[in-house]
Design a protein around this ligand. Structure first.
Ligand code: NDP
Length: 293
């Protein structure tokens, strides 16, 4: 079977071309889209993610400011900072890098972000709009998955779609988007999770699988039918002595093992990961436009 590799970079380049025009238009009005990124503590992965977001913003002539806070910061101080950024017209978007240290109430903190600046789409108001089928800011990773389906024109209409993973930031919003009455929605979506009995009973019937679990190579060729489309959101490190770093990054799907059976698949790396930052940029540009209206 001729398998199509769904390259996030190609999708991202197309979106960035369009964003570059919008960013130039904003510049003519004296506006540079600007993101405030808050990191609490010294989690190296969080730092890496935020730095890569800042780099993308810079490359696209947008601004960002990183606020690095001590891991033992008082909740009220963090809430105060968010309030300050909410009221600062320089910032069009705010993100709080997750996960947060245990002593901080994640829900309370995300709820503090002005929904108009909630470019991660995690505020309950924006989640509500998404559930209603009238999304404002769509969470970046699910949005990226949707854009991949759109770019490669993968028909979701009436298809059996199995989403594996039900997190608030990935699995649930993807399931919601793919079941809505939209061009790249209208799927018959089954949401699987750790309590799902006999996962392969579901995956074997799927026309499209979205894997967002965090278990390397959870899905193999015995669990899928011929011709399935796979979006692999998982980012997992596995030991690999042949690499300088001593590890390599793989998805939730055993890419090499399933390759000859699938119609299309996102690689890891090179698939969904690239899209997440691009959609953050897209949401921030949208927020900047909304805020001048
Ligand atoms: P979470 O840990 O929040 O959620 C994982 C989900 O997988 C849970 O719903 C869990 O079920 C389910 N699960 C766990 N084990 C199984 C199993 N054996 N069978 C079926 N379902 C299972 O992870 P995230 O949603 O935050 O992330 C998922 C993956 O996506 C990770 O690898 C992460 O690194 C990656 N990721 C990638 C991004 C990107 O930019 N490409 C962005 C964000 C995440 P239960 O709810 O019952 O516990």
């Amino acid at each position: 079977m001729d398998t199509v590799i769904l390259k996030g970079k190609d999708v991202s380049s197309r979106i960035k071309e369009n964003l570059a025009i919008q960013i130039s238009n904003l510049k003519l009005k004296g506006i540079i889209p600007c993101l405030a990124a808050i990191i609490v503590g010294k989690n190296p992965a969080s730092k890496l993610y935020v730095n890569s977001k800042a780099k993308t913003f810079k490359n696209m002539n947008c601004d960002s400011e990183i606020f690095t806070l001590d891991s033992d910061i008082d909740e009220k101080d963090l809430l105060f900072l968010i309030e300050k950024i909410n009221n600062d017209t320089k910032f069009h978007g705010i993100l709080v890098q997750l996960p947060l240290p245990k002593h901080l109430n994640e829900e309370k903190i995300l709820e503090k972000i002005n929904p108009e600046k909630d470019v991660d789409g995690f505020h309950p108001k924006n989640k509500g709009y998404l559930m209603q089928g009238n999304p404002s800011f769509i969470p970046c990773t699910p949005y990226g998955c949707l854009k991949i389906l759109e770019y490669y024109n993968i028909d979701t209409n009436g298809k059996n779609i199995v989403v594996i993973g039900r997190s608030n930031i990935v699995g649930k919003p993807i399931a919601s988007l793919l079941s809505q009455n939209t061009k790249y929605g209208n799927g018959t979506v089954t949401l699987c999770h750790s309590r799902t009995k006999n996962l392969s009973d579901f995956t074997k019937k799927a026309d499209i699988i979205v894997a967002a679990v965090g278990i390397p190579h959870l899905i193999n060729k015995d669990m899928i039918k011929d011709g399935v489309h796979i979006i692999d959101v998982g980012i997992n490190r596995i030991d690999d002595k042949s690499k300088d770093k001593g590890y390599r990054v793989v998805g939730d799907v055993d890419f090499d093992n399933v390759l000859e059976k699938v119609s299309s698949i996102t690689p890891v790396p090179g698939g969904v990961g690239v899209m997440t930052v691009t959609m953050l940029l897209s949401n921030t540009v949208k927020a900047a436009f909304n805020q001048i209206k």
